[in-house]
Design a protein around this ligand. Structure first.
Ligand SMILES: [Cu+2]
Length: 252
């Protein structure tokens, strides 16, 4: 009897997958893949850049319910069930989650264990490693019957990290927009090695937080224009793996 039930559930899942394939242009190659192409894929533990813990409660909420990652980033997602009933966290497009939610209502005891989801018993934690490959939104939800409808859902915003630097590359290096300039303070000018050490704020186009860093200079003449202690505004770019100051001026 048990195996017949299991077969029924598998059949439902196959039907769901087929139906999804018929309505979308995505590559559903069968099985229970849930269009992993569009929401990302199971990630490599060695490439994890951050751990994000999401709490799941019987109030039918994920906390946080909004997560921001960079495109290409691999995240260790930990789901912590602080409630007294079973919850799950399933990644997917909103459409897929809604469809899957309907199937779950009809088959409440259905257990699945795809790479894009985790089912967590009360008081337990589970984790998946996920790489978010496509910029945009990835939804997540608890598909335990009634939970999604009660609002147990959230969104991962996947930022296109390649955009700002691509934008900068299109411009002539020395004609950067004023808004793209970074504030900094010169710590050291190394004439011999033609390098400048700058304590700087966030460099948006390099996706780099504020720190003190040694830069090469695009034009040696820049070395004569500044000295240690000067407050400056500058632009920097990555060229052949090196950080290069492409423009520098005294801050007003
Ligand atoms: Cu739930």
């Amino acid at each position: 009897m048990k195996s017949i039930n299991t077969l029924k559930l598998i059949a439902v899942c196959i039907i769901l997958t087929r139906a999804t394939a018929a309505f979308s242009s995505g590559n559903h190659t069968g099985g229970h893949a849930h269009a992993e192409e569009s929401i990302g894929n199971a990630g490599d533990a060695a490439k994890v850049s951050r751990t994000v813990t999401v709490d799941m409660s019987d109030a039918m909420r994920f906390t946080p319910s909004s997560i921001t990652v960079k495109q290409g980033e691999t995240i260790r997602l930990i789901a912590k069930n602080s409630g007294a009933i079973k919850h799950e966290m399933v990644l997917g497009s909103e459409k897929e989650l809604k469809e899957h939610n309907e199937v779950m209502k009809k088959n409440p005891e259905m257990e699945h264990a795809d790479a894009n989801m985790m089912t967590v018993a009360p008081g337990k934690t589970a984790e998946i490693i996920w790489q978010f490959t496509k910029a945009g939104k990835v939804n997540f939800a608890c598909l335990q019957p009634g939970h999604y409808d009660a609002g147990m859902k959230g969104i991962v915003t996947v930022r296109d990290g390649s955009m700002p630097s691509a934008e900068v590359k299109k411009q002539a290096p020395t004609v950067a927009e004023p808004g793209a300039m970074t504030e900094g303070e010169i710590r050291k000018v190394d004439m011999d090695n033609k390098k400048i050490t700058i304590k700087h704020g966030e460099i948006k186009n390099l996706d780099m937080p504020g720190m003190t860093m040694v830069f090469q200079v695009k034009d040696d003449a820049m070395l004569n224009r500044v000295k240690a202690g000067d407050k400056v505004r500058f632009t920097a770019e990555k060229m052949g793996g090196a950080m290069v100051v492409t423009d520098i001026q005294a801050a007003k």
